[in-house]
Design a protein around this ligand. Sequence first.
Ligand SMILES: Nc1ncnc2c1ncn2[C@@H]1O[C@H](COP(=O)(O)OP(=O)(O)OP(=O)(O)O)[C@@H](O)[C@H]1O
Ligand SMILES: [Mg+2]
Length: 236
Amino acid sequence: MLELTDVVAGYGSTTIVQGISLGVRRGECSVLVGPNGHGKTTLLRAISGLIKVRSGSIAFDGSDITRERAEKLVERGLIHMPQGDLVFPDMTVEENLVLGAFTKSAAKNAKQRMEEVYDIFPRLLERRTQRARTLSGGERRMLAIGRGLMGDGKLIMIDEPSLGLAPVIVDEVYSQVRRIIDTGMTVLLVEENVTRAQSLADSIHLVENGEIVRSADEAGLLDEQALRETYLGMTE
Ligand SMILES: Nc1ncnc2c1ncn2[C@@H]1O[C@H](COP(=O)(O)OP(=O)(O)OP(=O)(O)O)[C@@H](O)[C@H]1O
Ligand SMILES: [Mg+2]
């Protein structure tokens, strides 16, 4: 579904993503883990066309999208849910969801999509007429993810869905992400918590200094030594 070959990207004169190759198969969940500031979000931005790919190539659903503009990619079904809670605070939950279905094809299926979103996130249904600014942090995160689902995408990239949430809410959000995967959606997830990542992932990739330094094809296979080295700077 998504194939990256030697992707290089960055900001200004700084190169952050230093040649990443990665494949995400249809219907699977791939997870990027790694410490803060090592280029995970930057990689998602490069995939979704928000920053330029300097070299290398990206294919999505059979087409080359390396130089495709961000808004075209959304139309093609590549959805990026950015890090943080980007919801419209003065709009209601339901209005926020409707905004997620802004492409022509998504607008056509919006009604059915909304039912699916409410099915995955019953709290959003309970709060559908409430303004987004009055939601709890966890609910806002659910709304951001739900709005992404309204885009009728083929692949969804979710950047750190659990960031800053209390553990009990993280459990809830993660069981919802699991349900999204179970619908057959292809997911590329960034997650700081390796244990959680391993519980969801079909494949897991450790990002360090803008490179993938380890990959494992089955959950649980990323060896502890590699994680210790990356997170704690310990080597033997
Ligand atoms: N708009 C920007 N302009 C310049 N540098 C940036 C910009 N955004 C991020 N960076 C830098 O790029 C590097 C990688 O940042 P990035 O956000 O990709 O890391 P990350 O792996 O997602 O980290 P985190 O886990 O904290 O979200 C950091 O050093 C950061 O300061
Ligand atoms: Mg990030």
